[in-house]
Ligand binder design. Structure first.
Ligand code: MG
Ligand code: MG
Length: 278
């Protein structure tokens, strides 16, 4: 394994990253509220863009070479990297995963994602898709909770995998993983959603990572669609994607892309996030 170059953040860096995190959270909140049958994924993209710009930041997805949108919106068997389009109209009962990020004028990034079942669909189908979403969300918080006390980074992957396996028979994507976040949206280290042979780097204060489980209700095998972006399950099974940017500092952890810093999500683990003063 190539040696990773991890850039640790100071407390004041993390305070600045919180701004990027809160703007990302606001954009995703606005998108979540707009999700309903008949809305196109391009409309969701405009809502995210308007939110980010109104808060004085920019979309960092638009800085990814070849990508022109503010969000990725992936529907049903699409797991990640779905391209917004006026022709992709949400239907009642769809599960849509929305991924978004912001970069502040000071140059710091946030990155987060959620899945949501579009209201008003067939109750059985909705319940089955909600289970896929819930398994991903629980795994995300299990991973964040592990990050609070872990000494080696793959303790996060182990916790994510364990949570997913406890929730049922889900596929965990192997080639798409979490990452460090900082002045670049994607930095070292790699953050796996499963146990690896290598325990991963030793966790030090100042490590900021995106934890982002990507799962399917079937096989872990995925394919890339003809648009060269969208990652879809090979067997057509439904999928979900949940993500937060999380900082570990000397005093604890802080979920930068959660409005409450992670208070609600971590409560059942007995962990209280620790904000830093600016
Ligand atoms: Mg993301
Ligand atoms: Mg990410």
């Amino acid at each position: 394994m190539a040696r990773e170059r991890i850039t640790l953040k100071s407390n004041s860096d993390i305070v600045l990253m919180r701004e990027a995190g809160l703007i990302t959270a606001a954009a995703l909140k606005a998108v979540r509220e707009a999700i309903s049958p008949g809305v196109s994924t391009l409309e969701l993209d405009s809502i995210a863009e308007a939110t980010i710009v109104s808060m004085g930041a920019k979309s960092n997805f638009k800085l990814v070479a070849g990508y022109r949108h503010t969000i990725c919106a992936s529907i049903n068997d699409e797991v990640v990297h779905g391209i917004p389009s006026k022709d992709r109209i949400l239907r009642a009962g769809d599960i849509v995963s929305v991924d978004c990020g912001a970069i502040t004028p000071s140059g710091w990034n946030g990155d987060a994602a959620f899945s949501k079942v579009v209201p008003g669909g067939n109750p059985e189908l909705m319940a089955s898709r909600q289970r896929v979403s819930d398994a991903g969300e629980s795994a995300l918080w299990a991973g964040i909770a592990a990050f609070a006390t872990a000494t080696r980074l793959n303790e996060v992957g182990r916790a994510v995998e364990k949570s997913i396996k406890a929730a049922g028979r889900f596929g965990i994507l192997q080639d798409y993983i979490g990452h460090g976040v900082g002045r670049s949206m994607h930095e070292d280290p790699a953050v796996y959603n499963y146990q690896t042979r290598d325990l991963g780097p030793v966790i030090e204060p100042g490590l900021v990572i995106a934890i982002e489980p990507m799962i399917t209700a079937g096989s872990q095998a995925v394919k890339i669609l003809d648009d060269e972006w969208t990652v879809s399950s090979k067997d057509g099974s439904d999928s979900s994607h949940w993500e937060h940017t999380v900082a570990r500092h000397a005093g604890g952890i802080w979920v930068l892309t959660a409005e409450d810093g992670g208070v609600a999500g971590l409560a059942k683990y007995g962990i209280t996030p620790v904000p830093l003063e600016s």
